[in-house]
Design a protein around this ligand. Structure first.
Ligand code: ADP
Length: 258
């Protein structure tokens, strides 16, 4: 058996996920972008040997995109299962990334799957599926950039075991950056120090803080031979802001670290 994709745990999330899985409970993961949510779910699916269906939710995503629809082929119309239906039939994990972005009609299909009924009604075909034993619903969202309208309703939230993710503590994040980018430990350590300095900048209201993902990109550009500050600008400062003054302030911090 091949090793599951590398995942560096931050806390007790593996045990919690396994516990939820054992009791067929759905899981909600909250946390900022680029902090390891998707990697964690992939790692867990491989570890538990379940097929994984990942859906990046967006504001046009409807229940039909998840459940399936009739399509027209050479021999007339036929039914095609959506990713949620496939996971329900096969006993796989369905991971809905940024679930609060999806249209509200998705709630109607998710609720009966997220409680002890574990059922999915395919309105269009008249079927009602009982989820296979291995089926698990996993959703994530980023509480940081959330409007009130897009918040998750308590009736939905209370159906899930919730895990809170954040950027890892410095030693853990250093290991991740080093491992994922192949850079040397000293560079990984400096990049993590820079990220934490940027995360602590109070007077610039950045929409999002520097993510682990951006640190890995920066290390990769440096590894490709780019000057350190050029890499910091392209993979850290510019992705964080469109405002010239803010980018300049972020680069001042980078110059102080390197
Ligand atoms: P999210 O889904 O939270 O937006 P990802 O899971 O896509 O973030 O993480 C972004 C990248 O950061 C991953 O591709 C991986 O390289 C790295 N990463 C973040 N956290 C971890 C971790 N705990 N273990 C291993 N890699 C990680």
């Amino acid at each position: 058996m091949t090793e599951p994709t590398f995942y560096q745990p931050q806390s007790n999330e593996i045990a919690l996920f396994e516990g939820a899985c054992q009791h067929q409970l759905p899981v909600l993961i909250k946390g900022p972008t680029g902090c390891g949510k998707t990697r964690f779910v992939r790692h867990m699916a491989e570890r538990l040997n379940r097929p994984l269906y990942t859906v990046a939710c967006h504001d046009d995503l409807t229940a039909a995109d998840l459940v399936g629809r009739h399509l027209i082929g050479p021999e007339g119309t036929y039914w095609q299962d959506g990713p949620l239906t496939r996971a329900v039939r096969e006993g796989g994990i369905c991971y809905l990334d940024e679930v609060v972005e999806a249209r509200k009609d998705t709630t109607v299909v998710l609720h009966p799957l997220a409680d002890d009924r574990r059922e999915l009604a395919l309105e269009r075909t008249g079927e009602c599926l009982q989820a296979a034993p291995g089926f698990m619903l996993v959703v994530s969202y980023n509480p940081g950039y959330q409007s009130l309208i897009k918040g998750m309703k308590p009736s939905t939230r209370q159906r899930f075991v919730s895990l809170r993710f954040d950027y890892p503590e410095a030693a853990v994040e250093t290991t991740i950056v080093q491992r994922e980018s192949g850079c040397d430990p000293d560079l990984a350590q400096l990049l993590v120090r820079l990220a934490n300095a940027l995360r602590n900048l109070k007077d610039h209201d950045l929409e999002e803080a520097a993510s682990t993902r951006l640190l890995i990109y920066t290390a990769q550009l440096i590894g490709a031979g780019l000057p350190t500050l050029d890499a910091c600008r392209a993979a850290l400062a510019e992705p964080l802001s469109d405002d010239d003054a803010t980018v300049a302030a972020l680069m001042d911090v980078a110059r102080a670290v390197f």
